[in-house]
Design a protein around this ligand. Structure first.
Ligand code: CA
Length: 231
């Protein structure tokens, strides 16, 4: 239960989805503001300063990605995209444009709650936090060391960088492009296959069963997510 009432802004033109979100979120004691157009959404974001924005990409008056980039010009508020199934390209573009996460319609109450919990935790977390705990996995970002079930795990520099990026975004999806940019930086030859290869290597070091990973999950067509039980 949120202690202070968290305000969630829903920007979505479909009445049935707004009604579903409003019912579920109010039952979880969130405050809710609703906009059925991009114009109203942008205005409410400025006036109400929501703690989270749920943003539909298919709006009548403006492309949702345009709404996203206008919001990102002035606010770091967590933005979760609401996207139709099969629109992986939209999700990737949204995440690369600064969205924090996405929900694929139709989504369950459990998925919605988990995404919101992760988004809020990231807002409240001290950005300088140096040690990430994820179930039995501990990533020490200051000393660049990793433990699994109290055993130190030795990673190559690239394996470590990849895990560190996912750990800093724990619970949230990170796109292939974000990983390539953050891990391989200036190396122009960086290739999407690198990500797949190094994820495979990391799974062999971290997962009990690399074929059925518990930590390093693939988000098909989008990227990867480090999953921790508390969100
Ligand atoms: Ca829509």
């Amino acid at each position: 239960m949120p202690e202070i009432q968290t305000l969630i802004l829903i920007i979505e033109d479909e009445l049935s989805i707004r009604r579903f979100l409003r019912t579920v979120l109010k039952a979880q004691r969130f405050r809710v503001e609703e906009a059925d157009t991009a114009g109203d959404g942008l205005r409410l974001a400025v006036e109400q300063r929501p703690d989270i924005i749920l943003l539909d990409l298919g709006l009548p008056d403006m492309d949702g990605l345009e709404v996203l980039s206008r919001l990102r010009e002035w606010t770091g508020v967590p933005i979760i995209i609401l996207s139709a199934r099969g629109r992986e390209q939209d999700k990737v573009r949204g995440l690369d444009a600064g969205a924090d996460d996405y929900l694929t319609k139709p989504f369950s109450v459990a998925e919605l709650s988990a995404r919101i919990r992760v988004a809020l935790r990231h807002t409240k977390r001290n950005p300088a936090e140096g040690v990430i705990h994820c179930n039995d996995l501990v990533v020490d970002l200051i000393n660049r060391r990793v433990w699994l079930r109290d055993q130190e795990i030795h990673l190559t520099p690239i394996q470590y960088q990849l895990l560190a990026v996912l750990a800093r975004h724990a619970g949230r999806v990170v796109t292939q492009r974000q990983l390539l940019t953050e891990v391989w930086r200036e190396k122009t030859e960086a290739n999407p296959d690198y990500v797949r290869i190094y994820i495979h290597q990391l799974r062999h070091k971290l997962e009990r069963d690399p074929v059925q990973p518990r930590y390093l999950l693939t988000e098909p067509g989008v990227g990867y997510r480090l999953v921790c039980e508390d969100g």
